[in-house]
Design a protein around this ligand. Structure first.
Ligand code: GLY
Length: 425
Protein backbone atom coordinates (compact mmCIF):
# COMPACT_ATOMS: atom_id res chain seq x y z
CA UNK A 1 0.00 0.00 0.00
CA UNK A 2 1.21 3.54 -0.82
CA UNK A 3 0.23 6.13 1.77
CA UNK A 4 0.61 9.91 1.65
CA UNK A 5 0.78 11.77 4.97
CA UNK A 6 -0.12 15.46 4.67
CA UNK A 7 1.76 17.82 7.00
CA UNK A 8 5.28 18.33 8.23
CA UNK A 9 5.34 18.33 12.04
CA UNK A 10 6.22 15.87 14.78
CA UNK A 11 2.78 14.28 14.52
CA UNK A 12 3.28 13.66 10.81
CA UNK A 13 6.74 12.17 11.34
CA UNK A 14 5.17 9.82 13.91
CA UNK A 15 2.36 8.96 11.50
CA UNK A 16 4.93 8.12 8.79
CA UNK A 17 6.89 6.01 11.27
CA UNK A 18 3.71 4.13 12.25
CA UNK A 19 2.35 3.68 8.74
CA UNK A 20 5.75 2.57 7.40
CA UNK A 21 5.16 -0.69 9.28
CA UNK A 22 2.91 -1.88 6.47
CA UNK A 23 3.00 0.79 3.77
CA UNK A 24 5.32 2.73 1.50
CA UNK A 25 5.12 6.31 2.76
CA UNK A 26 5.15 9.71 1.10
CA UNK A 27 4.87 12.97 3.02
CA UNK A 28 3.80 16.43 1.81
CA UNK A 29 5.74 18.51 2.54
CA UNK A 30 7.34 16.41 5.31
CA UNK A 31 10.57 17.23 7.13
CA UNK A 32 14.11 15.80 7.37
CA UNK A 33 12.76 13.03 9.64
CA UNK A 34 10.06 11.85 7.23
CA UNK A 35 12.66 11.93 4.42
CA UNK A 36 14.44 9.06 6.20
CA UNK A 37 11.29 6.90 6.06
CA UNK A 38 9.99 7.58 2.58
CA UNK A 39 9.65 10.30 -0.05
CA UNK A 40 8.96 13.94 0.74
CA UNK A 41 6.86 15.73 -1.85
CA UNK A 42 7.24 19.53 -2.13
CA UNK A 43 3.52 20.36 -1.88
CA UNK A 44 1.91 22.46 0.85
CA UNK A 45 -1.22 21.14 2.63
CA UNK A 46 -3.30 24.15 1.53
CA UNK A 47 -2.61 23.38 -2.15
CA UNK A 48 -5.53 20.98 -2.60
CA UNK A 49 -5.05 20.54 -6.34
CA UNK A 50 -1.29 20.06 -5.83
CA UNK A 51 -1.96 17.31 -3.26
CA UNK A 52 -4.51 15.67 -5.57
CA UNK A 53 -2.02 15.76 -8.47
CA UNK A 54 0.67 14.23 -6.22
CA UNK A 55 -1.72 11.42 -5.18
CA UNK A 56 -2.38 10.65 -8.83
CA UNK A 57 1.25 10.95 -9.92
CA UNK A 58 2.53 8.63 -7.17
CA UNK A 59 -0.41 6.19 -7.33
CA UNK A 60 -1.19 6.76 -3.67
CA UNK A 61 -3.81 4.35 -2.25
CA UNK A 62 -4.59 6.30 0.91
CA UNK A 63 -4.03 9.87 2.16
CA UNK A 64 -3.78 10.54 5.89
CA UNK A 65 -4.20 14.23 6.75
CA UNK A 66 -2.33 15.32 9.89
CA UNK A 67 -3.17 18.97 10.72
CA UNK A 68 -6.56 20.57 11.31
CA UNK A 69 -6.24 23.43 8.80
CA UNK A 70 -6.41 21.34 5.60
CA UNK A 71 -9.20 19.22 7.11
CA UNK A 72 -11.20 22.34 7.97
CA UNK A 73 -10.51 23.74 4.50
CA UNK A 74 -11.95 20.65 2.80
CA UNK A 75 -8.92 18.68 1.58
CA UNK A 76 -10.76 15.41 2.36
CA UNK A 77 -13.72 16.56 0.28
CA UNK A 78 -11.44 17.61 -2.61
CA UNK A 79 -9.58 14.29 -2.71
CA UNK A 80 -12.74 12.23 -2.25
CA UNK A 81 -14.44 14.06 -5.12
CA UNK A 82 -11.44 13.12 -7.28
CA UNK A 83 -11.99 9.45 -6.37
CA UNK A 84 -9.25 8.99 -3.74
CA UNK A 85 -9.37 7.38 -0.31
CA UNK A 86 -8.73 9.66 2.65
CA UNK A 87 -8.41 9.02 6.38
CA UNK A 88 -9.75 12.21 7.91
CA UNK A 89 -13.10 13.96 8.31
CA UNK A 90 -14.89 16.11 5.75
CA UNK A 91 -14.88 19.89 6.26
CA UNK A 92 -18.45 19.63 7.60
CA UNK A 93 -17.43 17.07 10.23
CA UNK A 94 -14.17 18.92 10.99
CA UNK A 95 -16.28 21.86 12.22
CA UNK A 96 -16.19 20.05 15.54
CA UNK A 97 -12.74 21.67 15.83
CA UNK A 98 -12.94 24.61 13.42
CA UNK A 99 -16.02 26.07 15.12
CA UNK A 100 -16.11 25.88 18.91
CA UNK A 101 -19.62 27.34 18.73
CA UNK A 102 -20.74 24.37 16.59
CA UNK A 103 -18.92 21.92 18.89
CA UNK A 104 -20.89 23.29 21.85
CA UNK A 105 -24.17 22.90 19.95
CA UNK A 106 -23.36 19.29 19.11
CA UNK A 107 -22.32 18.55 22.70
CA UNK A 108 -25.54 20.04 24.05
CA UNK A 109 -27.62 18.09 21.49
CA UNK A 110 -25.80 14.88 22.46
CA UNK A 111 -26.05 15.52 26.20
CA UNK A 112 -22.25 15.37 26.52
CA UNK A 113 -20.96 17.02 29.72
CA UNK A 114 -19.19 20.29 28.92
CA UNK A 115 -18.66 23.57 30.80
CA UNK A 116 -21.53 26.06 30.55
CA UNK A 117 -20.84 28.71 27.95
CA UNK A 118 -22.43 31.37 25.79
CA UNK A 119 -21.53 32.26 22.20
CA UNK A 120 -21.23 35.90 21.09
CA UNK A 121 -20.96 37.68 17.76
CA UNK A 122 -21.12 41.07 19.46
CA UNK A 123 -18.57 42.53 21.92
CA UNK A 124 -21.11 44.48 23.99
CA UNK A 125 -23.22 41.41 24.76
CA UNK A 126 -20.13 39.41 25.69
CA UNK A 127 -19.01 42.14 28.11
CA UNK A 128 -22.50 42.27 29.69
CA UNK A 129 -22.42 38.49 30.15
CA UNK A 130 -19.03 38.61 31.84
CA UNK A 131 -20.24 41.27 34.30
CA UNK A 132 -23.05 38.92 35.39
CA UNK A 133 -20.89 35.82 35.90
CA UNK A 134 -18.45 34.58 38.50
CA UNK A 135 -14.70 34.57 37.84
CA UNK A 136 -12.55 32.80 36.77
CA UNK A 137 -13.81 32.53 33.19
CA UNK A 138 -12.42 31.13 29.96
CA UNK A 139 -12.63 33.24 26.79
CA UNK A 140 -12.33 31.26 23.55
CA UNK A 141 -12.04 32.24 19.90
CA UNK A 142 -14.49 30.00 18.05
CA UNK A 143 -12.27 29.42 15.01
CA UNK A 144 -8.87 27.78 14.52
CA UNK A 145 -6.15 29.61 16.45
CA UNK A 146 -3.20 27.17 16.48
CA UNK A 147 -3.94 26.07 20.05
CA UNK A 148 -3.72 29.63 21.40
CA UNK A 149 -7.39 30.63 21.21
CA UNK A 150 -8.47 29.73 24.76
CA UNK A 151 -7.58 32.26 27.47
CA UNK A 152 -8.08 31.37 31.13
CA UNK A 153 -9.01 34.62 32.91
CA UNK A 154 -8.66 34.78 36.69
CA UNK A 155 -10.70 37.97 36.88
CA UNK A 156 -13.63 39.55 35.05
CA UNK A 157 -11.34 42.48 34.12
CA UNK A 158 -8.96 40.03 32.41
CA UNK A 159 -11.92 38.33 30.66
CA UNK A 160 -13.18 41.69 29.38
CA UNK A 161 -9.72 42.46 28.02
CA UNK A 162 -9.58 39.06 26.29
CA UNK A 163 -12.98 39.67 24.68
CA UNK A 164 -11.88 43.12 23.46
CA UNK A 165 -8.66 41.61 22.10
CA UNK A 166 -10.58 38.95 20.16
CA UNK A 167 -13.23 41.27 18.75
CA UNK A 168 -10.42 43.75 18.04
CA UNK A 169 -8.95 41.28 15.54
CA UNK A 170 -6.03 39.77 17.49
CA UNK A 171 -7.11 36.29 16.35
CA UNK A 172 -8.27 37.33 12.87
CA UNK A 173 -11.31 35.49 11.52
CA UNK A 174 -11.06 32.93 14.34
CA UNK A 175 -12.04 35.60 16.91
CA UNK A 176 -15.10 36.96 15.12
CA UNK A 177 -17.21 34.59 17.18
CA UNK A 178 -16.27 34.31 20.86
CA UNK A 179 -17.31 31.91 23.61
CA UNK A 180 -17.28 32.85 27.28
CA UNK A 181 -17.12 29.71 29.36
CA UNK A 182 -17.28 28.65 32.97
CA UNK A 183 -13.84 27.61 34.32
CA UNK A 184 -13.64 24.02 35.51
CA UNK A 185 -10.70 22.70 37.50
CA UNK A 186 -9.13 19.25 37.55
CA UNK A 187 -6.72 17.28 35.41
CA UNK A 188 -6.80 17.36 31.62
CA UNK A 189 -6.46 14.20 29.54
CA UNK A 190 -6.43 13.66 25.80
CA UNK A 191 -8.43 10.81 24.29
CA UNK A 192 -7.70 9.89 20.66
CA UNK A 193 -10.30 7.74 18.94
CA UNK A 194 -10.08 6.04 15.52
CA UNK A 195 -13.58 5.81 14.06
CA UNK A 196 -15.66 5.05 10.98
CA UNK A 197 -18.51 7.02 12.52
CA UNK A 198 -20.27 3.93 13.90
CA UNK A 199 -17.59 1.85 15.57
CA UNK A 200 -14.57 3.22 17.34
CA UNK A 201 -11.19 2.24 18.72
CA UNK A 202 -10.00 4.27 21.71
CA UNK A 203 -6.22 4.68 21.85
CA UNK A 204 -4.35 4.88 25.17
CA UNK A 205 -5.18 8.08 27.09
CA UNK A 206 -2.41 10.66 27.26
CA UNK A 207 -1.66 13.98 28.91
CA UNK A 208 -0.20 17.05 27.22
CA UNK A 209 1.83 19.88 28.86
CA UNK A 210 0.66 23.11 27.26
CA UNK A 211 2.70 25.72 29.14
CA UNK A 212 6.24 26.61 28.08
CA UNK A 213 7.69 26.47 31.59
CA UNK A 214 8.30 23.76 34.19
CA UNK A 215 5.59 23.51 36.83
CA UNK A 216 3.04 24.43 34.13
CA UNK A 217 4.02 28.09 34.10
CA UNK A 218 4.37 30.72 31.38
CA UNK A 219 2.81 31.08 27.96
CA UNK A 220 0.57 28.54 26.27
CA UNK A 221 2.18 26.53 23.48
CA UNK A 222 1.10 23.84 21.04
CA UNK A 223 2.37 21.33 23.63
CA UNK A 224 5.80 20.86 25.25
CA UNK A 225 5.53 17.14 26.00
CA UNK A 226 3.16 14.28 26.64
CA UNK A 227 2.96 10.84 28.21
CA UNK A 228 0.87 7.69 28.18
CA UNK A 229 -0.70 5.79 29.90
CA UNK A 230 -2.42 8.02 32.44
CA UNK A 231 -3.31 6.07 35.58
CA UNK A 232 -6.34 8.20 36.49
CA UNK A 233 -7.87 7.13 33.16
CA UNK A 234 -8.50 3.61 34.43
CA UNK A 235 -11.00 1.13 32.97
CA UNK A 236 -13.88 2.51 35.02
CA UNK A 237 -13.23 6.06 33.85
CA UNK A 238 -12.77 4.94 30.23
CA UNK A 239 -16.10 3.06 30.38
CA UNK A 240 -17.70 6.36 31.39
CA UNK A 241 -15.88 8.19 28.57
CA UNK A 242 -17.45 5.69 26.17
CA UNK A 243 -20.94 5.91 27.65
CA UNK A 244 -21.12 9.60 28.51
CA UNK A 245 -19.11 11.09 25.64
CA UNK A 246 -18.12 8.96 22.66
CA UNK A 247 -21.28 6.95 22.02
CA UNK A 248 -23.61 9.98 22.27
CA UNK A 249 -21.38 12.25 20.17
CA UNK A 250 -20.96 9.77 17.29
CA UNK A 251 -24.68 8.98 17.41
CA UNK A 252 -25.61 12.68 17.25
CA UNK A 253 -23.14 13.44 14.46
CA UNK A 254 -24.62 10.58 12.45
CA UNK A 255 -28.21 11.75 13.13
CA UNK A 256 -27.29 15.26 12.01
CA UNK A 257 -25.91 13.97 8.70
CA UNK A 258 -22.28 14.74 9.49
CA UNK A 259 -20.96 11.22 10.06
CA UNK A 260 -17.43 11.41 11.41
CA UNK A 261 -14.53 9.33 10.10
CA UNK A 262 -10.85 9.57 10.98
CA UNK A 263 -9.51 10.46 14.40
CA UNK A 264 -11.53 12.36 16.96
CA UNK A 265 -9.57 13.92 19.82
CA UNK A 266 -11.52 14.64 22.99
CA UNK A 267 -9.83 17.07 25.39
CA UNK A 268 -11.35 16.17 28.75
CA UNK A 269 -11.23 17.62 32.22
CA UNK A 270 -11.43 15.08 35.03
CA UNK A 271 -12.66 16.97 38.07
CA UNK A 272 -11.46 16.39 41.62
CA UNK A 273 -14.60 14.35 42.33
CA UNK A 274 -14.25 12.32 39.11
CA UNK A 275 -16.79 14.30 37.08
CA UNK A 276 -16.00 14.51 33.35
CA UNK A 277 -16.37 17.45 31.01
CA UNK A 278 -15.30 17.95 27.42
CA UNK A 279 -13.26 21.12 26.99
CA UNK A 280 -12.79 20.67 23.25
CA UNK A 281 -12.94 18.24 20.38
CA UNK A 282 -10.25 18.20 17.70
CA UNK A 283 -10.56 16.57 14.29
CA UNK A 284 -7.10 14.89 14.20
CA UNK A 285 -4.32 13.30 16.21
CA UNK A 286 -2.87 15.53 18.91
CA UNK A 287 0.67 16.86 18.64
CA UNK A 288 2.68 15.88 20.75
CA UNK A 289 0.16 13.22 21.92
CA UNK A 290 0.71 11.21 18.69
CA UNK A 291 4.43 10.99 19.54
CA UNK A 292 3.58 8.84 22.59
CA UNK A 293 0.23 7.22 21.81
CA UNK A 294 1.29 5.63 18.50
CA UNK A 295 4.64 4.19 19.71
CA UNK A 296 3.12 3.00 23.02
CA UNK A 297 0.11 1.31 21.46
CA UNK A 298 2.10 -0.35 18.64
CA UNK A 299 -1.07 0.05 16.55
CA UNK A 300 -0.72 -1.03 12.93
CA UNK A 301 -2.67 2.01 11.73
CA UNK A 302 -2.50 1.50 7.94
CA UNK A 303 -5.03 -1.37 7.60
CA UNK A 304 -7.48 0.38 9.97
CA UNK A 305 -7.17 3.71 8.16
CA UNK A 306 -7.52 2.07 4.75
CA UNK A 307 -10.65 0.08 5.70
CA UNK A 308 -12.28 3.21 7.13
CA UNK A 309 -11.32 5.39 4.16
CA UNK A 310 -12.48 2.78 1.65
CA UNK A 311 -15.82 2.44 3.44
CA UNK A 312 -15.21 -1.27 3.93
CA UNK A 313 -16.77 -3.06 6.86
CA UNK A 314 -14.26 -2.07 9.52
CA UNK A 315 -13.88 -4.08 12.66
CA UNK A 316 -11.61 -2.53 15.30
CA UNK A 317 -11.37 -5.92 17.01
CA UNK A 318 -11.86 -4.38 20.41
CA UNK A 319 -13.16 -0.96 21.40
CA UNK A 320 -9.95 -0.15 23.26
CA UNK A 321 -6.30 -0.37 22.28
CA UNK A 322 -4.09 -0.53 25.35
CA UNK A 323 -0.58 0.83 25.80
CA UNK A 324 1.88 -2.06 25.36
CA UNK A 325 4.62 0.21 26.81
CA UNK A 326 4.74 3.53 28.59
CA UNK A 327 5.94 6.46 26.46
CA UNK A 328 6.99 10.02 27.26
CA UNK A 329 7.96 12.70 24.78
CA UNK A 330 9.89 15.90 25.52
CA UNK A 331 9.56 18.66 22.95
CA UNK A 332 12.65 20.73 22.10
CA UNK A 333 11.56 24.23 21.12
CA UNK A 334 13.51 27.02 19.49
CA UNK A 335 14.70 30.29 21.00
CA UNK A 336 11.79 32.72 21.41
CA UNK A 337 9.02 30.10 21.12
CA UNK A 338 6.06 30.54 21.37
CA UNK A 339 6.06 34.33 20.79
CA UNK A 340 8.72 34.63 18.06
CA UNK A 341 10.59 31.42 17.28
CA UNK A 342 14.05 31.86 15.79
CA UNK A 343 15.07 29.82 12.76
CA UNK A 344 18.46 28.74 11.46
CA UNK A 345 20.30 27.56 14.61
CA UNK A 346 22.47 24.48 13.87
CA UNK A 347 21.34 21.35 15.77
CA UNK A 348 23.61 18.62 17.12
CA UNK A 349 22.02 15.17 17.46
CA UNK A 350 23.83 12.11 18.91
CA UNK A 351 25.18 9.85 16.13
CA UNK A 352 23.28 6.88 17.51
CA UNK A 353 20.08 7.19 19.52
CA UNK A 354 20.05 5.50 22.94
CA UNK A 355 18.07 2.26 23.26
CA UNK A 356 14.29 2.61 23.71
CA UNK A 357 14.18 6.12 22.28
CA UNK A 358 12.74 7.66 19.13
CA UNK A 359 13.41 11.10 17.71
CA UNK A 360 10.64 12.79 15.75
CA UNK A 361 11.36 15.89 13.67
CA UNK A 362 9.05 18.92 13.48
CA UNK A 363 10.53 22.38 12.74
CA UNK A 364 13.84 21.22 11.29
CA UNK A 365 15.49 21.81 7.92
CA UNK A 366 18.59 20.24 6.42
CA UNK A 367 21.22 22.18 4.44
CA UNK A 368 22.75 20.62 1.32
CA UNK A 369 25.88 19.81 3.38
CA UNK A 370 23.79 17.82 5.89
CA UNK A 371 23.69 20.47 8.63
CA UNK A 372 20.40 20.23 10.54
CA UNK A 373 18.91 23.58 11.58
CA UNK A 374 15.93 24.87 13.52
CA UNK A 375 13.10 25.87 11.18
CA UNK A 376 10.08 26.39 13.42
CA UNK A 377 8.80 26.74 16.98
CA UNK A 378 8.66 23.12 18.05
CA UNK A 379 11.81 21.58 16.62
CA UNK A 380 12.06 17.94 17.74
CA UNK A 381 10.20 15.47 19.98
CA UNK A 382 12.38 13.11 22.01
CA UNK A 383 10.32 10.03 22.90
CA UNK A 384 11.39 7.50 25.51
CA UNK A 385 9.74 4.10 25.99
CA UNK A 386 9.75 2.03 29.15
CA UNK A 387 8.02 -0.43 31.45
CA UNK A 388 6.44 2.49 33.27
CA UNK A 389 6.12 6.25 32.92
CA UNK A 390 9.08 7.16 35.22
CA UNK A 391 11.42 4.92 33.18
CA UNK A 392 10.13 6.32 29.87
CA UNK A 393 10.40 9.89 31.24
CA UNK A 394 14.05 9.38 32.22
CA UNK A 395 14.87 8.09 28.70
CA UNK A 396 12.98 10.91 27.01
CA UNK A 397 14.71 13.57 29.12
CA UNK A 398 18.18 12.03 28.59
CA UNK A 399 17.69 12.06 24.81
CA UNK A 400 16.35 15.62 24.86
CA UNK A 401 19.34 16.79 26.94
CA UNK A 402 21.74 15.15 24.47
CA UNK A 403 20.43 17.28 21.58
CA UNK A 404 21.82 20.78 21.51
CA UNK A 405 21.20 24.04 19.66
CA UNK A 406 21.46 27.71 20.61
CA UNK A 407 18.41 28.91 22.52
CA UNK A 408 17.05 25.37 23.04
CA UNK A 409 14.01 25.26 25.33
CA UNK A 410 12.71 22.08 26.96
CA UNK A 411 10.81 21.05 30.05
CA UNK A 412 12.51 18.55 32.34
CA UNK A 413 9.30 17.78 34.22
CA UNK A 414 7.19 16.10 31.53
CA UNK A 415 4.87 13.51 33.15
CA UNK A 416 5.42 15.04 36.59
CA UNK A 417 1.91 14.15 37.78
CA UNK A 418 2.31 10.49 36.84
CA UNK A 419 5.85 10.31 38.27
CA UNK A 420 4.48 11.72 41.55
CA UNK A 421 1.62 9.20 41.55
CA UNK A 422 4.07 6.35 40.89
CA UNK A 423 6.28 7.58 43.77
CA UNK A 424 3.31 7.75 46.12
CA UNK A 425 2.02 4.25 45.38
N1 GLY B 1 -1.51 19.00 21.94
C1 GLY B 1 -2.70 19.69 21.70
C2 GLY B 1 -3.25 19.55 20.36
O1 GLY B 1 -2.76 18.80 19.53
O2 GLY B 1 -4.23 20.22 20.06
Amino acid sequence: MRVLVVGGGGREHTLCWTLARSAQVFCAPGNPGTAQLGTNLPVEPDDHQGITDAVQAHQVDLTVIGPEAPLAAGLTDHLTAAGHYVFGPTAAAARIESSKAYAKEIMLAAGVPTPTSETFRDQGRALDYIRGHAEPLVVKASGLAAGKGAIVCETRVHAEAAVRQMFGGAFGEAGKVVLVEEFVSGEEISILVVTDGERHLVLPPSQDHKRIGEGDTGLNTGGMGAYTPVSIADDALMDRVDREILEPIFHTLHQQNTPYTGVLYAGLMVGDTGDLSVLEFNCRFGDPEAQVVLPASALDLAPHAWAIAAGEHWSPGSSRCRAARAAVTTVLASHGYPASPRKGDPITVPGELPAETLLFHAGTAMDRDGTLRTAGGRVLSATGLGRDVPEAAARSRALAEAITFAGRQLRRDIAWREVARAGAS
